[in-house]
Write a protein that binds this ligand. Structure first.
Ligand code: FMN
Length: 186
């Protein structure tokens, strides 16, 4: 069975991006794949600093994250938009995890991994400006972003009580991207 690692770039308790990640988790399961939803807030990771890496190596939580990436066929990344960019939390984890870890033998752990990109915002643009930044970043890491993306504007009103997207058009868009992600996994 195809396995998909899913996370949002916000650790905030009521994060809209976490709600979108949860909706993507439901959609991935419904599409016949096995999703793993993680919360980056559960990973105790300091801000990347070269001196810290030189002194202490790769934090244990980053090694755990790299193991999770390696154990899944594909990924879904959901980012909030901060000043048109991805969040520091997302950037920090991807930077740390791009570093080779002597504790594992995955090397470039992201290389060749298909990935679907999503964004959400309480605003009317849905975080769309962060998508090309995220796409560039994951491509630089060797991931294979699938065509298209999902953006959820007015995200505070976007979710039904059962966690699904309330708007059928947005739900179709989510399912379409998930379908393309699963097709990209051989
Ligand atoms: C530093 C900062 C910058 C932000 N910049 C944007 C932005 O460029 N576009 C946008 O739509 N919302 C922006 N927002 C508002 C966020 O979209 C909003 O706080 C959102 O709820 C954060 O994501 P989360 O709910 O997943 O935690 C910004 C918020 C912060 C804290």
């Amino acid at each position: 069975m195809k396995t998909i690692l899913i996370f949002a770039g916000s650790a905030r308790r009521d994060a809209l991006s976490k709600r979108l990640a949860a909706a993507a988790t439901l959609g991935t399961g419904a599409a016949g794949a096995k999703p793993t939803l993680i919360d980056l807030g559960d990973f105790d990771v300091p801000i990347y600093h070269g001196d810290l890496e030189a002194a202490s190596g790769i934090p244990r939580a980053v090694v755990e994250f790299r193991h999770l990436v390696a154990a899944h066929h594909g990924m879904i990344l959901v980012t909030p938009e901060y000043n048109g960019f991805v969040t520091p939390l997302m950037l920090n984890m991807l930077c740390w995890a791009s570093r080779p870890s002597p504790g594992d033998d995955f090397g470039a752990v992201f290389a060749g991994k298909p990935v679907a990109l999503m964004a959400s915002s309480p605003g009317r643009l849905g975080g769309v400006r962060a998508i090309p930044r995220l796409r560039d970043m994951v491509a630089e890491l060797g991931m294979l972003p699938v065509p298209g993306f999902v953006t959820i504007p007015a995200a505070e009103q976007a979710f039904a009580n059962d966690g699904h997207l309330a708007d059928p058009a947005l739900a179709d868009s989510l399912n379409g991207v998930i379908r393309r992600l699963l097709q990209a996994i051989r």
